[in-house]
Design a protein around this ligand. Sequence first.
Ligand SMILES: *Cc1c(COP(=O)(O)O)cnc(C)c1O
Length: 233
Amino acid sequence: MQETIRSRIDGIRSRMESAAQRCGRRPEEITLIAVSKTYPASDVDLAAAAGIKDFGENKVQELLQKQPQTAEDLRWHFIGHLQTNKTKNVIGKVCLIHSVDSMHLAEEIDRRAAAAGTVQEVLLQVNAAGEETKFGLSDEDVVPLAEGIAENCSNVRIRGLMQIPPYEEDTDKVRVWFKKLYVLKEDLQRRGFKYADILSMGMSHDFETAIEEGATHIRVGTAIFGERNYNKQ
Ligand SMILES: *Cc1c(COP(=O)(O)O)cnc(C)c1O
């Protein structure tokens, strides 16, 4: 397993490099987040040994369980839907929350971050395709929410946007959603959200396309750790 995870990571890194080169970007601009949900802490250790520093989890309980079993210098990203009543548990534990999609949640993060004496960095999650099964803002709600947060939540810093676009076998068909997120991010920056320079998009099957369209953070699970078995949990 050790060699498998390492060689998969090496393979992804070289594909990231090629994708960056194809569009004139520097590979260092792109962060590979290893999505370790459903996998044990021992797999996190193996990925860390292969040079990964950033890990993603989508469940609060699983994050809290796994994190203490792993090296202290890793950065954790919360990439799943966050319930307000669990917010206090992740403040101070994650470098970035990728999934803010309401003022209610932003206010709770703000309250908890203020109490902890910290500023929590977040991304706004966008669901531009309007898929009912997914969380996230419609594109026209991005600027109003960003402005509301800037006005009312001094302990929340908007670092950019995240999306989980519709699944398409043909990754070229996802390109339109990646382009859309890029335009929304540019618009935020133009409106003065100067810290909003992160675009979290691209997963195992489409990260190269996402890089070509400007992704700064890709979230890769199965291509590193193998197929997930949700029943094992
Ligand atoms: C599980 C998950 C991923 C990783 O998906 P893979 O297809 O396994 O790479 C990325 N982003 C989010 C939000 C996830 O929940």
